[in-house]
Design a protein. Structure first.
Length: 63
């Protein structure tokens, strides 16, 4: 009798990605982690969605 296998499909990204490194205040990281836990998303997904929203809604003021 063949053994059952655990099959995990890879996560597909919509386009190219880049790895970056940033420094964040500890309180902001705690908030990100709390949102990630509450929503079932990864910290990375929360950061991506938050940055995309911020950039889509950004208004640049000229002095």
């Amino acid at each position: 009798m063949p053994k059952e296998k655990l099959v995990i499909s890879s996560k597909k990204y919509r386009g190219e990605t880049s790895v970056i490194s940033i420094r964040l205040p500890d309180e902001l990281v705690k908030t990100l982690d709390a949102v990630a836990e509450e929503t079932g998303r990864t910290r990375n997904e929360v950061i991506q969605k938050s940055l995309a929203f911020a950039l889509d809604n950004l208004e640049i003021k000229e002095y």
